[in-house]
Design a protein around this ligand. Structure first.
Ligand code: ATP
Ligand code: MG
Length: 258
């Protein structure tokens, strides 16, 4: 559980620069991600949203040629890119659900327990109850309760998306990064995930990338608007939608661009 006061930013990004090979993907990004609130990341396709959230827990460096060329990301005041920083610990504390989540080549139950076992968060005897708790949270339990030993690849795309969310939650992170978590879900499953985000907000800091403007309005308190690798505007979601400072932001939120 986070121990920082709710007004302090959990994450602070300072002058971040990211390249893929020689081409720049993010330029001079600075922002604060407040504690125990939902921050939405918005912007047209290709503007750098996925790149940005992957810099927040050092998963970007798993992509060949991707490089943080400058700046820093502070998690509770400590630079996660400092050489003394333990990357495994950062990725446990700051969990991510990728845009195209990949279930691991193992059973449904083993998927949920994968990180929790690695980080010794669960005792052998309690594993089934532990897996059930997180499968229930993402609304998947009733669909999989009779097939926990089946291979995860036998699940549908939307079920795998929720399985990956359960796997991340089971790691007991303090920050959850979600890259379009509802992209493969029907309206009922989307509603369940939005309700879950509302519940999680009490205890976790959440960053959600979404293309869905009404979803951003429903679930987030703060919003970041990216355009062409730059952070154009940041502020309370209501202000970004109703009274943006930048004309590009207005054009985006009213559907004229992107
Ligand atoms: N592995 C990669 N190698 C080279 N360039 C990349 C790579 N991944 C992303 N890019 C480029 O970096 C820019 C930002 O990509 P990113 O995936 O962050 O965009 P996005 O805002 O998440 O887009 P979308 O809404 O389509 O998911 C794009 O121009 C993209 O083509
Ligand atoms: Mg993306």
């Amino acid at each position: 559980m986070p121990d920082s006061p709710s007004h302090a930013p959990t994450l602070e990004v300072r002058d971040l620069q990211v390249h893929y090979g020689r081409s720049s993907a993010l330029t001079n990004i600075s922002c604060r991600i407040p504690s125990r609130q939902v921050t939405a990341v918005m912007g047209p396709s290709g503007c750098g949203k996925s790149t940005f959230i992957k810099t927040l827990n050092r998963t970007l460096e798993l992509t060949p040629k991707a490089r943080v060329r400058g700046g820093s990301v502070l998690y509770r005041g400590n630079d996660i890119y400092a050489s003394a920083c333990n990357v495994d610990d950062i990725r446990k504390q700051i969990g991510i659900i990728h845009q195209r989540p990949v279930s691991f080549p193992m059973t449904i139950k083993e998927n949920v327990l994968f990180g929790a076992r690695f980080h010794k968060l669960v005792r052998r005897a309690d594993e089934t109850d532990y897996a059930r708790k997180y499968l229930e949270r993402v609304g998947l339990w009733t669909e999989v309760r009779d097939r926990l030993g089946a291979h995860a690849a036998t699940l549908s795309g939307g079920q795998q998306q929720r399985l990956c969310l359960a796997r991340t939650l089971a790691n007991q992170p303090t920050v959850i990064l979600m890259d379009e978590p509802c992209s493969a879900l029907d309206p009922a499953a989307t509603r369940r995930i939005e309700e879950l985000i509302g519940e999680l907000e009490r205890d976790y800091t959440i960053v959600i990338v979404t293309h869905n403007m009404s979803q951003a309005r429903r679930v987030s308190r703060n919003a970041l608007f990216f355009y062409d690798g730059r952070l154009m505007e940041a502020g309370p979601t209501q202000q970004i939608f109703e009274d943006p400072r930048e004309s590009l932001t207005r054009e985006f939120v009213t559907g004229q661009i992107g």
